[in-house]
Design a protein around this ligand. Structure first.
Ligand SMILES: Nc1ncnc2c1ncn2[C@@H]1O[C@H](COP(=O)(O)OP(=O)(O)OP(=O)(O)O)[C@@H](O)[C@H]1O
Ligand SMILES: Nc1ccn([C@H]2C[C@H](O)[C@@H](COP(=O)(O)O)O2)c(=O)n1
Length: 216
C-alpha cells in the first residue's frame, strides 16, 4: 500500500491486517527511526554523504502486530519520538539517500519474506514488493489530509500542516531513487469521501476478490 502522507495508509493497513489476521509493517516508521538516530547523534541530515556513511549503523527492530506495532533503535523504543516535528521535518531528506534506502529495502524484504503481511510506504508496489498479491495506491485531497493530521495534533495549524504535506509530497515524488508513484497493476483508491471503516471494508473486499480469483 503506497500513497502520500495522510492519505490513510497506516490506519487502513492496520485495519485490514487486523481484519484478515495478517502482520503489518510501517516502512515510514523505519525511515523515521533512522532519521531519529541521525538527529540524536548530531548528524547533518541535509548532508547526504554524512547520512550515507552511517546508514548501516542503527540497529532497527520492527514489531509487526497490527494492533500494537513497535519500533526500536539500538534497543530504545522510539515509537513516540519518531512522530515529533524534528523527525517529520528531516525524514524526507534522509529518505532520499540511496544507502539508507538500500539498507532498509534489505530489511523490509526480509520481514516480508515470512509472508502474510500488509506493508505500507511510498515504494512498496514499485520497488519493495512489486509481486505483491494486491497493490493499492491511496490518495486524498491535500485539504482532507491536512484536516486529518490537524485533528491528531492538538493546536496544529491546518494551513501550515497542508504546506508541510505538500512539501514532503514534492520531495517524495521528485527524488531520483524509488520516488512515490502508483505501481503498475496497482488499484487507485481516493479516500477523500470515505470514512476509515469504509476504506478498510473496500480494501478487505478487494483482497477477498483477489484471493477468490487466484485461489490464494
Ligand atoms: N478515510 C479516512 N477518513 C478520515 N480520517 C482518516 C481516514 N483515513 C485515515 N484517517 C485519519 O487520518 C490521519 C492520517 O492517517 P494515516 O496516519 O493512516 O495516514 P498515512 O497515509 O499513513 O500518513 P503517513 O504517511 O504520514 O504516515 C489519522 O489520524 C487517521 O485516523
Ligand atoms: N517506503 C517508504 C516509506 C517512507 N518513506 C519516507 C518518505 C516519508 O516522507 C517518510 C515518512 O513516512 P511516513 O511515516 O510519513 O509514512 O519516509 C519512503 O521514502 N519510503
Amino acid at each position: 500500500m503506497d500513497g502520500p502522507s495522510g492519505s490513510g495508509k497506516s490506519s487502513s493497513a492496520r485495519g485490514v491486517a487486523t481484519r484478515l489476521g495478517l502482520r503489518y509493517l510501517d516502512t515510514g516508521a523505519m525511515f523515521r527511526a533512522v532519521t531519529w538516530w541521525m538527529l540524536e547523534r548530531g548528524v547533518d541530515v541535509e548532508d547526504p554523504r554524512a547520512v550515507a556513511a552511517l546508514a548501516e549503523e542503527p540497529v532497527l527492530v520492527s514489531g509487526t502486530d497490527p494492533q500494537a506495532p513497535t519500533i526500536t533503535v539500538d534497543g530504545t523504543d522510539v515509537a513516540g519520538p519518531i512522530r515529533e516535528q524534528a523527525v517529520t521535518g528531516a525524514v524526507s531528506a534522509v529518505s532520499t539517500v540511496p544507502e539508507v534506502r538500500t539498507r532498509l529495502l534489505r530489511e523490509q524484504r526480509s520481514i516480508i519474506g515470512d509472508g502474510d503481511i500488509v506493508v505500507e510506504g511510498r515504494d512498496i508496489g514499485t520497488v519493495v514488493a512489486p509481486d505483491a498479491d494486491v497493490k493499492l495506491y491511496l490518495t486524498a485531497d491535500p485539504a482532507a489530509r491536512a484536516a486529518r493530521r490537524t485533528a491528531e495534533l492538538s493546536g496544529a495549524d491546518v494551513a501550515a500542516t497542508e504546506q508541510d504535506l505538500v512539501r514532503r509530497d514534492a520531495i517524495d515524488s521528485g527524488r531520483a531513487t524509488a520516488p512515490l508513484r502508483m505501481a503498475d497493476g496497482a488499484l487507485h483508491l481516493d479516500t477523500t469521501p470515505f470514512t476509515l471503516d469504509e476504506v478498510v471494508d473496500q480494501i478487505v473486499a478487494l483482497v477477498q476478490q483477489a484471493r477468490a480469483t487466484t485461489g490464494g
